[in-house]
Design a protein around this ligand. Sequence first.
Ligand code: ARG
Length: 465
Amino acid sequence: MTDQSTNASWGGRFSEATDAFVARYTASVEFDQRMYRQDIQGSVAHATMLCKVGVLTEQERDDIINGLNEIQSDIENGKFEWSIALEDVHMNIEAALTAKIGITGKKLHTGRSRNDQVATDIRLYMRDEIDVISAELTRLQQGLVELAEREADTIMPGFTHLQTAQPVTFGHHLLAWNEMLERDYARLQDCRKRVNQMPLGAAALAGTTYPIDRHYTAELLGFEAPTENSLDSVSDRDFAIEFTSAASLIMMHMSRFSEELVLWASAQFQFVDLPDRFCTGSSIMPQKKNPDVPELVRGKTGRVYGHMISLLTLMKSQPLAYNKDNQEDKEPLFDTADTLRDSLRAFADMVPHLQAKKEFMREAAMRGFSTATDLADYVVRKGIPFRDAHEIVGKAVAYGLETGKDLSEMTLEELKQFSNEISDDVFDVLTLEGSVAARDHIGGTAPDQVRAAAGRARQKLSARG
Ligand code: ARG
């Protein structure tokens, strides 16, 4: 990166060069150069439109487009020299274009400003990121649904307050995570609609005097429509806040998912085994296998929340229209996209290889009187009011705690001490299989329902574009 402190773009009005430190302080090229592809894409469309409306000749348009394409390959081959004096990605590319093709390069900026240019570039960038992130999210969901189908019959304890509550199937638990991600996907797609509006043509703030065709440029860039108001176009960053908010929800879900994996991989739970390649060891404790990936996803959730707050605070109280403050939108946005994409990718790679340790899950479900509600429901079916049934089962549980027996391990005589209505058929409901199979309605944990729900989830996933 070179560092000269004069800037040719506005030198005309200035009597001295920009202070070298100020040039560095105000520059964004170190981080916004990652939008070079979108910047070139936007410029190619702008030049094409300028030619269509007669502002550029076909020769000028072609020279500009060829020059921009060469610049793109220079950048991609590491042959491009970024300059801090040229402040940002936009002016770096424009200066390189003029250096390459001469005076025609200076015509590219006709009828636009960096204000609408940068707003366009970020939207193009966000649209690309949303598509990549949505694909990773879909891949993760596919893995979850497949695993849920494989584990539809696997029984584990379900928890409330992290205390054993009722038996559930592991497939059902996995599909709970899928539901969260399903809503997350819908939020991303909804956000994409507002990202996909084109600010180009708003110019600095008021529009331009050239006979531009914004509908045409929008079409060339795949935007749904040009934005309605030029002042709003150059200053709006709602779409960026919305994206970090959708990203925060995804990371929140991923952190819940992570927390469970960390717990479940512990020697105390032993519900799952994570593949070795997603874990690390300890340099001092030879027995350790640490669940680093879920721990990091859990940890990285914080920075994404932080970026959402940064952007909300960045926009708070800004007067219309563009303010230099807006240059600060990029780092939070880029880091949000990077963090989210990588976290989803790691999980999408890992989830299909999660090993359920069925014996441990089952043993845990046997502890903690997880079928107590089933016994209460059974007694109710024999004609006893629910409140009394609750009392009866409470006593049975107290007895179980004293004697160290699960409800299903008691004899009929033992159970009869609590209610005479209890008979032989009670053991059908006290088993773990009987308990889960009985919750046989849409949204319930019965294995058949899990298979049906997984089928519906799979269908939704395959209907995605
Ligand atoms: N680098 C600037 C940004 O990121 C580009 C727009 C600057 N516009 C201006 N009038 N200084 O927002």
